[in-house]
Structure formats: C-alpha cells, structure tokens
Design a protein. Structure first.
Ligand SMILES: O=C[C@H](O)[C@H](O)[C@H](O)COP(=O)(O)O
Length: 228
C-alpha cells in the first residue's frame, strides 16, 4: 500500500543518510532526480570538508550538480563504483524498483549495477507492496512502433513521453525516445524485465530487479534503512 509522508524533507533525510556511506578513496555512482540530488549536494559539502571521493554521474543533470558541488568526476572507463546512490519512482517490498521518471534509467542501470553496493534513497510515497507504475522504456528512435507493438503483445499500454516545454517527445541524454508502458500491477517483474530486455530496439527499461543492496527511506523524524 502507498504510504504518505513524502516531501522534500523526507528526500533530504534519505539523501543525507546515504551520503554518510562513502569513505576516503571511494568512487561513487551519482544518481539522478530530486532525492539523489540531496545526496550529491551533501557529498559536495563533505568533499569541501576534506572527503576524498570521485563521482560517476548517471545523467546530464547529475553531472552538472556534481560539478557545482565540487565533486571530482571519473567514468566507468576509469573506475568501478564502490557505491551508487540513486532515487526511484517506486520500490516494492522485495526491493524491486521502477526508475526512469527523469528518463535517465539507461545510464542509471549501467552505473548502479556496476557498483559494489547500490543504495536507493526515497521518501515513503515511493514504497509499494508490488510494482504498478508505468515502466519507462528507452527505445531507439526508429524502434518506437515495433517496440510499442511488442509492449502491447506483452499486455502493456505504451505512451510516447512528451516533452513539457517543447512540442514533441522527450529525447534522452542518449538521443533516444521513451515509451511509458502501463502494465497494471506487475506480478512477475523478472519475466517482464526479460521480455523487455529481449525486444530489439529497446535500449533499456526502468525495471530494476535484484539490484538493490540497501534502501534509505526518509521519514518525518529520521531514516528507515532496509538491507536486502
Ligand atoms: O530517471 C530518473 C530516475 O530514475 C530518478 O532516480 C527517479 O525518477 C526518482 O526521482 P525523484 O527522486 O526525483 O523522485
């Protein structure tokens, strides 16, 4: 069941709690979105205070934020992340996630899955017994129609994500399009993840299964930590 208690304070508490994790010498995957942004800003404060970390951004947004915060950057070509800190759009009881509300899930999955420890930061509104939000699917521009057909065959209802401040679709940091795919309550996230991953033209989908090590949920007066 969906929880109440969202809001920026809860996100901030979660982000700051996760920013406690990296130690000197660590490489940190820097997630995307409003909750991960709190962790990035807090890490920046710690870098100012002498913490020696390098960040691997997961999007244009997190790269810009990390630069502003003064976090030295590196890449997956140079280093393996010790920890990745990232947000989520929905978190199921078993730790399965839906991500991609900001269309950053392809690079997020790359960095988050490469990390030794993947930490999710969220507010209580993201928690759910089972996943039921639309699944963002990043597709090559030429693959929009065939992927939409494949999604329908898998029982989904795809919608091309429209940009808010321009006419036309959202174009991802990788130059692709996003289909938001409604499946209702997802009974078998593993099976759906396999089906989407096997569809030609799908660059990446926002189902993150069996990836999360730790969940930090900011509450009204603290942070609840769950380990998987
Ligand atoms: O593409 C964006 C990401 O997956 C975000 O991590 C996700 O949408 C959560 O963002 P927020 O913390 O702003 O709710």
């Amino acid at each position: 069941m969906k929880q109440t208690g969202g809001g920026d304070d809860a996100k901030r508490r979660a982000g700051e709690s996760a920013a406690d994790i990296p130690g000197d010498g660590d490489v940190v995957g820097l997630g995307t979105g409003s909750t991960a942004a709190h962790a990035i800003r807090e890490l920046g404060e710690r870098v100012d205070a002498g913490l020696d970390v390098r960040g691997i951004p997961t999007s244009f947004q997190s790269r810009e934020l990390a630069r502003e915060a003064g976090i030295p950057l590196t890449s997956l070509d140079e280093a393996v992340p010790d920890v990745a800190i990232d947000g989520a759009d929905e978190v199921a009881a078993d730790g399965a996630l839906i991500k991609g509300g900001g269309a950053a899930h392809a690079r997020e999955k790359l960095v988050d899955s490469a990390a030794e420890r993947f930490v999710v930061v969220a507010d209580p509104t993201k928690e759910s017994d089972r996943l039921s939000q639309p699944v963002p699917v990043e597709v090559l521009p030429d693959a929009r129609a065939p992927v939409a057909d494949a999604v329908r065959s898998a029982g989904g209802d795809p919608t091309l994500r429209a940009a808010e401040r321009k006419d036309g679709p959202v174009v991802t940091d990788n130059g692709n399009l996003v289909l938001d795919c409604k499946f209702g309550t997802i009974d078998d996230p593993h099976g759906l993840a396999r089906t989407l991953s096997a569809t030609p033209g799908v660059v990446e989908h926002g189902l993150f299964v069996d990836l999360v090590d730790e969940l930090h949920v900011g509450t009204d007066d603290g942070v609840d930590v769950t380990r998987y």
